[in-house]
Structures are given as C-alpha cells and as structure tokens.
Design a protein around this ligand. Structure first.
Ligand code: IDP
Ligand code: MG
Length: 161
C-alpha cells in the first residue's frame, strides 16, 4: 500500500489506527469488528494481518512500559496474528474509541465492541488510537508505507455536506 501522509486536509478529518488483538482473531471476531466500522460509515484505508515482532509491540505500547502489566501485554500481543487497520472519517479517533468502548469489557456498555464481546481488562480484543499524536505515531509504526488513497463513493451518503 502506498499513498499520502496519514493526515487530512479537512480540519476534522482524521485517520485512526485500529487493531484486532490476538484474542479477537483467535475468537473469530475479525469480520464482526470490521463490519461495525464499515457500517458506522468510516472508510477503510489500511488493512493487513501480521504476527507482531517484540520490537514493534514494545514500540506500540511504550507509553505503558513502566506499568506492572507491560511484560504480560507484550507476550499477549506477540502471541499470534493481529489485524491492523486504518479507518478514516470526521473525528475518526473519537468515533472509533466510542465503537470500541472502555478498557475493561465488564465496564463497557452493550453496543460497544468490548461491551458486547469482552469480559476482561487485558483480553479486550481491540486497540484504537486515543489522540491525533498517537494515531500519527501508530499509523507510521504499523503502516510505514502509508495508507490507501481512494475515493469512497458511499461517503456522500454518510455526510450531508
Ligand atoms: P485502551 O486499550 O482502552 O486504550 P490502555 O490503558 O491504553 O487501554 O491500555 C492498553 C492495553 O493494555 C489495554 O487495552 C489492555 O489490553 C492492557 N491493559 C491495560 N490495563 C491493564 C491491566 O490493569 N491489566 C492487564 N492489562 C491491562
Ligand atoms: Mg490506550
């Protein structure tokens, strides 16, 4: 995949990094999860499957490196395939976090991905960038060749203007 830088020209247009973690892949939830982002009206601009190296996992979760759960988190996220995605839309970072729900599945409301499918804090199936700077960092980390530059015709029926 190649294309433009990950940012957008419209001020509220964002691209966010979303990743189905190994538990979500093992449980066969990839299709369900992708379907929710598609149905919401976000545009898929990046998609690949990979078994993460320890190096990329440590970089991705570097902000948590001092936390007690860090080593377990690295072991978990490198244990099998993840599905890496880039989703684009108006305020996509906030919208994706809303679809995902809070970290602990037991606290997450039904209707969210973690609320519908999760019962745990660590095994919560999915990652989503939490801010513009982290989205930029994570997109560059997981999609170093850039994301897909394409025009999605249905977007004219997603946004009124
Ligand atoms: P987030 O994924 O909702 O943004 P963060 O606080 O950024 O949550 O934590 C990153 C990931 O680390 C979580 O999604 C979860 O998999 C794991 N994690 C966070 N807190 C704990 C914990 O207390 N125990 C075990 N794993 C945790
Ligand atoms: Mg986070």
């Amino acid at each position: 995949m190649k294309g433009r830088p990950h940012g957008g020209s419209v001020s509220s247009m964002q691209t966010t990094y979303v990743m189905v973690k190994p538990d979500g892949v093992q449980r066969g939830l990839v299709g369900e999860i992708i379907g929710r982002f598609e149905a919401k009206g976000l545009q898929l601009v990046g998609l690949k499957g990979v078994v993460p190296s320890e190096e990329i996992a440590r970089a991705h979760y570097a902000v948590h490196s001092e936390r007690p759960f860090f080593e377990g988190l690295i072991k978990f996220v490198t244990s099998g395939p993840v599905v890496c995605m880039a989703w684009r839309g108006v305020e996509a970072i906030k919208v994706a976090r809303g679809l995902i729900g809070p970290t602990n599945g037991r606290d997450a409301a039904p209707g969210t991905i973690r609320g519908d499918f999760g019962m745990d804090m660590g095994f919560n199936m999915i990652h989503g960038s939490d801010a513009e700077e982290t989205a930029e960092f994570e997109l560059n980390l997981w999609f170093p060749d850039g994301t897909m530059d394409w025009s999605c015709d249905s977007q004219k029926w997603v946004y009124e203007s």
